[in-house]
Design a binder for this molecule. Structure first.
Ligand code: ADP
Ligand code: MG
Length: 236
């Protein structure tokens, strides 16, 4: 059966406890994303962008509501199976990179490939290809603390994409990059979606990114609404 990356979110609710008070970050949020669609998610800092991506990736669990990716209902999986599902199907580009500091750049990219079952040779080739794609072909042996923020972000992007995930979740992936590098990374993501029918949800503050999106949504008050006219945004 063909894997599908169609995403279906129904009545998603997520609350956090703040002392005595409960803060509802997502409030019965609904979203349908078609396979091959590129969604840009805008919203002020603290509006719940990272919370939403963490739920869709299965890193975190909602308090209520349903998350389906293709035929898989994440709510029906235990934590171990959610992790396996994520490794296989999702590429997550974290806001804070989350590189493993004791591994070189190349080893960081290799790790998910090995976990997925690639041979050393296959994994090595893919890692080299993707490090080259993000402009770090000669930095594979460097440890993260020898790389700039932008370089670390690019390693994180190579790591997220190398195992050819059907769904890419990107949390402010260009936030730490200079304009030119950011544009290169976006071109790459855009090409991937268009040529391979991958699905992307990308959270950002950067309105330039909206130009390449199929749909731009704003998260506010715990729900999503379409942004037709960027000049009407509440600011971020
Ligand atoms: P964004 O990514 O849009 O900046 P977040 O999803 O990170 O927003 O956060 C949304 C809200 O939820 C913020 O008010 C944040 O303080 C709160 N929040 C996020 N994660 C936690 C957590 N683990 N515990 C408590 N509050 C959290
Ligand atoms: Mg965030």
């Amino acid at each position: 059966m063909k894997k599908s990356s169609h995403i279906y979110l129904k009545n998603l609710t997520k609350e956090y406890q703040e002392g005595e008070k409960t803060r509802k970050v997502l409030d019965q949020l609904n979203l349908n994303v078609a396979e091959g669609e590129m969604i840009v998610l805008l919203g002020r800092s603290g509006s719940g962008k990272s919370t939403l991506l963490n739920l869709v990736s299965g890193i975190d669990k909602p308090d209520a509501g349903e998350i389906k990716i293709g035929d898989t209902n994440l709510g029906e999986l235990n934590e171990k199976d959610r992790t396996l599902f994520r490794r296989k199907n999702i590429g997550f580009i974290f806001q804070s990179f989350n590189l493993i500091s004791t591994l070189t750049a190349k080893e960081n990219v290799l790790l998910p490939l090995k976990l997925k079952g690639d041979t050393d040779e296959e994994a090595g080739q893919k890692a080299d290809t993707f490090l080259k794609e993000v402009g770090l072909g000669d930095r594979g042996d460097s440890y993260p603390d020898r790389l700039s923020g932008g370089e670390q972000q690019r390693v994180a992007i190579a790591r997220a994409l190398a195992h050819a995930p059907m769904l890419i979740l990107a949390d402010e992936p260009t936030g730490n990059l200079d304009y030119e590098t950011g544009a290169t990374i976006l071109d790459m993501l855009n090409k991937l979606v268009r040529e391979n029918n991958r699905t992307i949800i990308l959270a950002t503050h950067d309105r330039d990114i909206c130009k390449i999106a199929d749909r731009v949504l704003e998260i506010r008050g715990g729900t999503l609404s379409p942004v037709e006219d960027l000049s009407e945004m509440t600011g971020s």
